[in-house]
Design a protein around this ligand. Structure first.
Ligand SMILES: [Zn+2]
Length: 225
């Protein structure tokens, strides 16, 4: 797993998510966010390698058998291959798109069928997880703002292009954020360029601004559909 961007992001997934990722127990939508972050983050790649080693050692203790050493070495070889894999993307693929998302984004971000949802925001749904979580890309125009909102479920965000800020800080390429229903926030893209984020929402968002009473029933219906 390699990337052209060698500087590590400042905001990382919490350990319990990396442990779940290592164990293969995360929902696909969360695993996609972790994968997208890992492609930008050497720190978490190293942490994941250690977790994988611990997991494989635990498995060995639980199921001792004459073949376990060989099995462990085979698993580690496969992990190494996965991490070192540097095959070039197929022609027509935008190399700035994380590898884990290329199955959804074949011709680059600008060839997607973006749907405009406000003067500042466009979105496109990539897929739905079995747990109902919506996996989508959000595009915020330079300086554009997302309406102030909270979440009825958890929301996971990974910055793919550009940067944005909210009440808690500035988030740049590769940064991973998890927000829950206690977080009320107003993301604003920085002025120099548009911002594209991978966003997974496990429940509808709840607008808290002036138009919230009018718009919230509509948002809930859209999310359910
Ligand atoms: Zn990280």
């Amino acid at each position: 797993m390699t990337t052209a961007n060698h500087s590590s992001p400042d905001n990382h997934p919490p350990d319990e998510l990396l442990i779940g990722y290592s164990a293969g127990s995360l929902p696909l939508s969360q695993a996609l966010c972790i994968s997208a972050h890992l492609e930008h983050c050497n720190t978490c790649q190293r942490k994941l390698q250690r977790l994988n080693l611990v997991g494989s050692a635990l498995m060995q203790q639980l199921q001792p058998s004459p073949t376990s050493a060989r099995l462990k070495s085979s698993i580690l070889d496969q992990l190494d291959n996965l991490i070192e894999e540097q095959t070039p993307p197929p022609s027509g693929t935008d190399s700035s798109v994380p590898r884990c998302l290329r199955q959804f984004i074949r011709g680059g971000y600008h060839n997607l069928n973006w749907k405009r949802v406000s003067k500042d925001i466009s979105r496109i749904e990539l897929c739905r997880d079995n747990n109902g979580a919506r996996v989508e890309l959000l595009k915020i125009r330079p300086g554009g703002a997302v309406a102030t909102h909270t979440h009825l479920g958890d929301e996971y965000t990974v910055v793919l292009e550009g940067s944005f800020s909210d009440e808690k800080g500035l988030y740049q390429r590769g940064d991973f954020l998890r927000r829950d229903h206690n977080d009320r926030h107003t993301p604003v893209a920085t002025h120099d360029r548009e911002c594209i984020c991978l966003a997974v929402s496990e429940g509808p968002i709840q607008l808290t601004g002036f138009f919230s009473r009018l718009l919230n029933p509509f948002i809930r219906r859209t999310h359910a559909g």
